[in-house]
Write a protein that binds this ligand. Structure first.
Ligand SMILES: [Zn+2]
Length: 248
């Protein structure tokens, strides 16, 4: 009974993390050597998703593409978290190309998109990333002299390296506004590269199919951004001074 319960917990955890590895775990229990079976089943399901998801409206951003738009880490691909609608993929590719045309050598880095299947299935901890129409982008960073650092982020996966600035949000429990103060000393001491960040966001604002862009208020001010599409996400949602959230 305990064994069954622990497998159920593992299946739930893996499903939350990658959508497909919970199924692979369950099926692997039918094999004599479950661990290698799990690896093979998960790899097979993930590769199958790359082909099947487009039939149901989502497409994977590839970790192998080496253009101006790149996925920040292979971990996002390995966990099936880079799926977006074809329309959003086109928006991303065009925005990255626009920034690259003005600032050659610029890499626009994608973080979490959505899972391959099922509208309404959230990609935690992002509750809204459940339909392929939302995606997060890393900020562009510069070194202490202001020189752009191509393909670099302050934190390992592009999230949780918060820019500090004034906020009206109170510290409160039971919200997704995590400050993670204990993590901050671990990140690289890069600064935001303002010109590229402003150009990217202004390019996305101009895109008719983009509905909302979430950026923390103090960054809207310091980057001199103002448009109805550029919003503050609210005090109960995740901070948006470590990445940019866009949605159709
Ligand atoms: Zn987001």
């Amino acid at each position: 009974m305990l064994r069954l319960a622990s497998h159920a917990c593992i299946i739930v955890f893996l499903t939350i993390l990658t959508q497909l590895s919970g199924i692979a775990w369950a099926l692997s229990r039918l094999f004599r050597r479950p661990l290698p079976a799990f690896v093979i089943l998960y790899t097979g399901l993930s590769l199958a998703a790359v082909w099947i998801a487009p039939l149901t409206g989502r497409t994977a951003l590839s970790c192998f593409e080496r253009g101006p738009l790149q996925v920040q880490s292979w971990v996002y691909c390995a966990t099936n978290r880079t799926y977006v609608t074809p329309e959003l993929r086109t928006v991303l590719q065009e925005a990255a190309a626009t920034v690259e045309a003005v600032y050659p050598g610029t890499q626009t880095l994608v973080l979490d998109g959505s899972f391959p299947f099922l509208t309404g299935f959230p990609l935690l901890p992002h509750l809204s990333h459940d339909d392929g129409e939302k995606v997060d982008l890393a900020f562009y960073y510069a070194d202490a002299t202001g020189a752009y650092l191509s393909g670099q982020t302050r934190s390992s996966f592009g999230y949780f390296a918060f820019e500090q600035g004034s906020t009206h949000c109170p510290d409160q429990w039971l919200s997704l506004r995590w400050n993670l103060a204990w993590l901050q000393p671990l990140w690289k001491a890069y600064q935001l590269e303002p010109e590229r960040n402003r150009l990217l966001i202004e390019t996305l604002v101009e895109e008719p199919s983009i509905g909302k862009i979430f950026v923390e208020l103090h960054l809207q001010q310091s980057l001199r951004l103002a448009d109805d599409k550029i919003r503050f996400q609210g005090c109960r949602a995740a901070r948006h001074d470590d990445h940019i959230h866009i949605q159709l």
